[in-house]
Design a protein around this ligand. Structure first.
Ligand SMILES: [Zn+2]
Length: 293
């Protein structure tokens, strides 16, 4: 069967000055992505029919014939680099926020991640950004999915899909005046909403479209403060995430508001944009890793 077609059916051209693989040393290399993919394929090959089918598909994914599965580490890396190269120039020199939103209603028990509907989740967020006061917000980002556990079993483990977003064209105060009351705090989600001003644009942009999902472990530190750290998913969690990820397109996790894609380009559509049109600014290369493909 042909690959799932989406707007990146063709190979993206990534301007080297905006290539996250060159800008951020911590971005995984192609070799690392291939290694992670091989590990996943080995795991899936031992699984049930669905898993084995996915393993076969991932194995067939080759240069110029990419599978674009949301579970293919190589395709996601390429998508992430395209995304970064499109998003960074849109926000250069602007005051922007890195925003995290955790909608509790989208959590799923282990084994039920397949019931998540990312398009519905995005639709609900679009409705919120259509509320009075938020119409001008320019928003780009994606759905990230973590497997949340508590080190003392204070609550039941769960998949928790959430958004990481770049938000421009609106003040922090105005944003939270509308959004904060709409996100419920709970024992599992003590901080359903947070934001910070962006000082490192490439890093913030890469954060808004993650290429792999994590296990998030909450714990209470020695001062009694609530903390969380991210670690790798366990193999069976990875398998569940992989089988789910294969049912969606990479772009199903991409959220855009007042931004459109025209072919392979992302363009801000809001007339109120204070978009800095200065072209050609180059970021200093901070990495040394090669970013081919
Ligand atoms: Zn692929």
């Amino acid at each position: 069967m042909a690959m799932r077609i989406f707007f990146l059916h063709d190979y993206p051209v990534i301007k080297s000055g905006y290539d996250l693989a060159k800008l951020l040393p911590e971005i995984e290399t192609l070799a690392e992505a291939k290694k992670a993919k091989a590990k996943l394929i080995r795991r899936l090959s031992k699984g049930n029919r669905k898993s084995r089918r996915l393993a076969k598909k991932l194995r067939r994914c080759k240069k110029r014939h990419r599978c674009w599965s949301d579970m293919c580490q190589v395709c996601k890396r390429l998508f992430g680099r395209w995304y970064g190269a499109q998003v960074i120039p849109l926000f250069e020199g602007q005051d922007i926020l890195l925003v995290t939103l955790v909608p509790e209603k989208n959590s799923r028990p282990p084994g039920e991640l397949n019931l998540l509907e990312p398009l519905k989740m995005k639709g609900a967020l679009s409705k919120k950004f259509a509320l009075p006061g938020l119409e001008k917000a320019i928003v780009i980002g994606g759905i990230d999915i973590s497997f949340n556990v508590h080190s003392d079993n204070a609550w039941t483990p769960r998949w928790q899909p959430h958004f990481h977003l770049i938000v421009a064209g609106i003040s922090k105060k105005d944003l939270w005046a509308v959004l904060r009351p709409r996100y419920k705090k709970s024992i599992e989600i003590p901080r359903p909403t947070h934001s910070k001003s962006v000082t490192d644009l490439p890093e913030a942009v890469s954060y808004t479209f993650k290429s792999f999902f994590c296990r998030r472990v909450s714990y209470i530190d020695e001062n009694g403060e609530k903390q969380a750290r991210s670690v790798s998913l366990k193999v069976h969690e990875m398998e569940e995430a992989a089988v789910f990820g294969d049912t969606i397109k990479i772009t199903d996790r991409l959220f855009l508001r007042n931004v459109r894609h025209y072919g392979k380009r992302l363009v801000i559509t809001s007339k109120n944009s204070s978009r800095n049109t200065a072209q050609g600014r180059k970021y200093r290369f901070r990495g040394h890793k090669k970013g081919k493909e």
